[in-house]
Each structure stands twice: as C-alpha cells, then as structure tokens.
Design a protein. Structure first.
Length: 216
C-alpha cells in the first residue's frame, strides 16, 4: 500500500520524505489555508520535495471553470494530480483531463455509488473520507471494503485512496482491505513507526551493551 502525506506544511513533508517511505502528498483548501502560503506556490514546492503524485484541489464548481483551473494546476509540475469534488459538474472534467493525460483525484467520496461514478468517468484516484464517515456514525472502512470489492468486479484501474484517516488503526484496516493508498496526517504517519516493545527493546539492548541511549 502506498503512503501519502495529507499536509501542506513543508517542514512536515520534508521530515516524512526523509524516511524514504513517502509516495505522494494530498492537499486541500483547508490544509493550504493552514500553511499560510499561496496555493500554487506551496503545491509547486511540495512537488519539488516529493517524487510522486501531489493532489492540488480546484476551487471552482462549474464544469468550464474546473476544466480551466485543472489544466492550470497541471502545468505547475508533471506530478500534479488535479483534485476535484465528487459533484456531477466535475465528472466531464475528470473525463477530459484523463483524455489529456492529466491525473485526477475525486475527493469527498462517501458512498460506493459515488466511487463507481468517478471510476466510470476515468478518475485516477478516488478518495473515500473514512474519518468523516465515522464521525456521522457510519463505518468508513466498510465503505472502503465495498468500493475495493466493486472495483475488483469491474477491473477499474481507478485507485482507492483512503482519506480522512485519523488513526493507525485506519491504516491497518486499509492495508488489510487491499486499498491502493492511504493519505495520512503527519502525526499518524509517524505513529506507524512506534511500538512500546520496540522502544523498550532498543533501550534494553543499548543498556546491556553499556551504552547510554541519547534518544530512543
Ligand atoms: C484528503 O485528500 C483530504 O485532504 C483529507 O484526508 C481530509 O481529512 P479530514 O476529514 O481530516 O479533514
């Protein structure tokens, strides 16, 4: 399973990229606002750090405007993936960008039917939001399980990008279901490395070797 970082904070992205395990980055207008930087500037800088798909989201909602905006975003860097909301107006944009060789990520997916429609339109990625589904009392990972199964039936090449991840448990479940990608907040990404027995084991080995640990 590929791991993306869900962030527009360059320091976080650099730290995650330094592990050698980062496959891409997703951003959204909220994350860009938190970065305090200009959208196009920050997205181009991220693309220079991480050699993988970088999702940059459109801010318009009509078909014509999304198409123009998507093409502009795609010009920023060859790794830019145009992120579009799961609305009916975006579907022709997905199809036209795919025909132009531009990758798309259909975001704000909350149901199997939405995922099916976006895959039929030719989306490169679809992003089911598991955390937000869980917040409403639904089971986000069950929606992912259903999408994975449907995509297998019809051999869609669209990749399932599990988004709105809140915990390492979401990541474990996404991997068990065979999701293609999970996009993680920085803290969840770093939590994946930890286990108390690893920490204790490293400490004990160093102690037994007569070394005072500097940082474990
Ligand atoms: C994914 O592409 C989205 O940016 C993100 O995962 C949304 O997460 P949230 O529900 O925590 O805002």
């Amino acid at each position: 399973m590929k791991l993306f970082l869900d962030s527009a904070i360059l320091d976080e992205i650099k730290l995650a990229a330094a592990t050698g395990l980062l496959d891409g980055v997703t951003t959204n207008p909220t994350l860009i606002a938190k970065s305090g930087r200009k959208h196009e500037e920050v997205v181009a800088e991220i693309a220079a750090i991480v050699n993988g798909p970088i999702s940059a989201e459109v801010l318009s909602t009509t078909t014509a405007e999304m198409l123009t905006e998507g093409k502009q975003l795609a010009k920023l860097h060859p790794n830019i993936t145009v992120k579009l909301p799961m609305i009916v107006e975006a579907m022709p944009v997905v199809t036209q960008l795919a025909a132009a060789g531009i990758k798309t990520n259909v975001t704000l997916v909350f149901s199997v039917n939405q995922a099916l429609l976006a895959a039929k339109a030719g989306a490169t990625f679809i992003s089911p939001f598991v955390g937000r589904l869980d917040d409403t009392g639904e089971n986000g990972m069950q929606v992912v399980a259903d999408i994975v199964q449907v995509f297998k039936h019809y051999k869609f090449s669209t990749q399932v990008l599990v988004a709105s991840v809140r915990t390492p448990e979401h990541v474990r479940q996404a991997a068990l279901l065979g999701a293609d990608i999970a996009t993680l907040p920085y803290l969840v990404f770093m939590e994946l490395f930890n286990h108390p027995l690893t920490t204790a084991g490293v400490e004990k080995f160093l102690q037994d070797a007569g070394i005072t640990p500097t940082k474990v």
